[in-house]
Structures are given as C-alpha cells and as structure tokens.
Design a protein around this ligand. Sequence first.
Ligand SMILES: Cc1cc2nc3c(=O)[nH]c(=O)nc-3n(C[C@H](O)[C@H](O)[C@H](O)COP(=O)(O)OP(=O)(O)OC[C@H]3O[C@@H](n4cnc5c(N)ncnc54)[C@H](O)[C@@H]3O)c2cc1C
Length: 448
Amino acid sequence: MDKREFLKASGAIVAGTILSKAAASEQPNGPRENWAGNIAYGTERLYTPGSVEEVRSVVKSSAKLRALGTRHSFNRIADSTAAQISLKNLDQIVIDETARTVTVGAGVTYGKLAPVIDAKGWALHNLASLPHISVAGAIATATHGSGIRNGNLATVVSGLEFVNAEGELVRLTRAKDGDRFLGAVVGLGALGVATSVTLDVQPTYQVAQSVYRNLSFDQLQHHLDEIYSAGYSVSLFTDWQNHRATQVWIKRRLAAGDANKWEKEFFGAALANEKLHPIEGHAAEACTEQQGIPGPWYERLPHFKMNFTPSSGRELQTEYFVPRDRAYEAILAVEKLRDRITPHLFITELRTIAQDNLWMSMAYQRPSLAIHFTWKPEWPEVSAILPLIEAQLEPFETRPHWGKLFTLAPAKLESRYARLNEFKSLAASYDAQGKFRNEFLAHNLYAS
Ligand SMILES: Cc1cc2nc3c(=O)[nH]c(=O)nc-3n(C[C@H](O)[C@H](O)[C@H](O)COP(=O)(O)OP(=O)(O)OC[C@H]3O[C@@H](n4cnc5c(N)ncnc54)[C@H](O)[C@@H]3O)c2cc1C
C-alpha cells in the first residue's frame, strides 16, 4: 500500500467512526496544491466540517492537524503531512449594529463579506490586493493592504473563537483578554482552528482611484511620507529599472461633496488616461476601476476584481517589511540588485503599513514599508536571489511576510520578534503537544 492509499484508508476509518458525512475526509479531484501551484500539500486528507461541533470532533480525533484557508500562501505555512481542515462550510455573517462589528465564520472570504456588509451600510477599514482570501487565513499571517494610517487586516479583529488541541472552544476578545488576545490574533495557525472572527466595521464609504506613471525614486528621498499620504491607500509599483516607480496607484476616500479632482502631475509622474494593470502587458480588465471613477470601498481598495484571476496567476511572491523611516535607504539597497532581480520579476509593489501591537505582526511596533516581489514561477533562480536581497536588507532588520517565500535563518527571525518566546508559551497553553505545529513552524519558530 503506498502513502496515498494508506492515508485514504486510515482517513476513512476515522471518518466512519466519529465524524458525520460532512466532516469526512474529502478527496478532491485535482492535485492538492496551493493557489499558485508551487506547493503540493503533503497530505491527501482534508476535513471539511459543517459545524463547530464537527470541528471539535476532528481536532479531538487528530494527532496532527493544520488549518487551511483559501490556499493563497506561497510557502508551506498551511501544509501538513498528516491532515488539513478547511472551514469553508462555516460561512455565517452576523452584523451587530450596536457594537459596530461583524462576526464571520472562518470560511468567509473578504469577497463574500464585503458586499453583504456594504448593503447594510457598513465597511471594513482596508483590504488586501485581492478579495479572494479567507478572513481567518489572512489575519493568521498579518495580511495587509496599504495606507500610512492603516494597520494590517488583523488590527480590526476584536474577537476570535477557536478550537484548541483538546477540542475545547476558546473565545478571546480585545476588550477582555489583553495581551493574550494580542498574541493570538496573528496566530500562524499555531494556537488552534479558528471557527469565527469578529471584525470592527465603520459606516460605508466611497473610494476613487487613479494611476500615475513614472515617479522618479529621487522624489522618495525627501517626499516619501507626502507621497504615501496623498491617498487613503497608496501603492508604488516598480520593475527596479531606471530608478523609478513605473506606476503609482492612489486610492482616495471621498467625503460628501468631494470634488474628486486629480492633478495631471504628481511629483513629476503623469496621470494615466487609460486603465492599467500593474504588470505591463497584462489585461487591465482584471483590475478595479481607475481614472478617478468613484465606487464602493470594496471595489476600489483591492487591485483585482473578485471574478478575475488576481495578479499574474502562475507566480511566486516574497515581501519584506522595513522601518518606514528608513524606507528610502532600503529601496536603494534593493535597487543595487536590479539586474539580478528584473529578469525573474513580474513586478514589485511598495506599500506602507501602520504599526500595531499584535505580537507576530510584521508591523509590530514599527511603522513599515513593505517591499513586495511578484516573481515569475522560476524557483531555482528566485531562491538564489532571496538571500542576496535579505543580505541587502540586513541593516533594516527586515521581517518577511509569513505567507510568502523567504530564506531568512530562524535565528534571524527570532531576533526580529521581541514577543516570540511569549508567543510560543501562549501556543503551548492551547496546544501542549504541538498538534498544530507543522514543518514550517518547527523550522522557523522552534529550530533555533
Ligand atoms: C494573488 C495573491 C495576492 C496577495 N496579495 C496580498 C496582499 O495584498 N497583502 C498581503 O499581506 N498578502 C497578500 N497575499 C498573501 C495572502 O494574503 C496570505 O498568504 C494569506 O494568509 C492567505 O490566506 P488564505 O485564506 O489563503 O490562507 P492559507 O494560505 O490557506 O493559510 C494561511 C495561514 O492561515 C492559517 N489558517 C487558515 N485558516 C485558519 C483557521 N480557520 N484557523 C487557524 N488558522 C488558519 C493556516 O494554518 C496558515 O498558517 C496574496 C496572495 C496571493 C496569492
């Protein structure tokens, strides 16, 4: 019996004895891999429970288990060699108008959530570049959008419910649980299986976005904060050639009666008069509306529309966080590698993220610039470049995005997260035996 057959057979026994049909180990038709197709998951066994009770049963009966979101991470953070559990069937959305919160089942994606709350007059503070990801999976890795005053998506979590390794349901809130809560929100899947997440909402708003072309990096030396403050959310894109950002995307929140006027020039960059994709040559129809056309927050804050393939499709991603007050220096340090980087790159995006107090957040107590790379699917070449970029960024004590590709040594990671030991103790208090610990966590958090 080979590994696949063994896992199928043993999965069927577990499912048959203790779980309902809905929670049974599912054998998907296609290959079991992440969205980008660069990671083949190490198990055939995927549980898809239909209720919190079924989640508890799966957790109790599993020796090892890893929660899986919508599979958008590029590394093995969601992987397991034993079993994964998808919460996609837990899809309730409950708005509390008085508390100004929405509580979502862990399977809910931002794409599903946003129009529902908008129809009731509510909005979230920000979104990532794509709406396709699950709320639970996004907050677990401190996923972020842009905006000099916007914290990452996990910063609006006000409550979290998860099943710990014993199969018990744990509820933590920002209001009552202090430090424990701040440690648990960006949980990297290490504390348990989240079943629901409560998020702060605010009255709905309109956003208009415009794109400018060719902003010289020289402008960043003295005007970086001004440039990133020119909108509610600002992104610079570059291919690292010619010392310039190829595109600047500015997303402005519109107040009632706002003239919504866009200057023809922005720090020497020219207002685009056609819709653009961040990657030259890609069709712009996948992108959210530009040219200053106002629309609801959830149709402008992401770069990509829900019903289209976001970004490039077959690609790899990497992202490094550096302190915002040293952002220009860090950009120049990476620029030195431009002729190594560009041949393997689709595009780089430079975004700002406000600091926060979530222990494992890449922006923990540090206003940040995130230097992102969307790579061509050329792992041998990309994996040779990453250590070079990491060496260039060494003076900036860079923190890599938890859901993207990096090669930084575990000892370095440890030195960049002041609360790491407390995080490990917190994880142990919910999972004493390491049931939720996979190879990614063992290597990156527990090896040094
Ligand atoms: C095209 C593309 C664009 C992207 N753009 C951005 C961007 O703009 N900004 C950004 O910051 N990132 C971005 N990312 C990265 C992505 O947002 C993160 O990797 C995110 O964590 C993916 O969420 P997911 O639902 O797919 O979770 P997965 O990748 O499936 O899992 C991620 C982590 O969440 C944990 N997890 C998932 N569900 C649960 C649960 N119920 N309970 C406990 N833990 C759970 C997993 O165990 C794992 O540790 C992008 C990715 C892609 C593919």
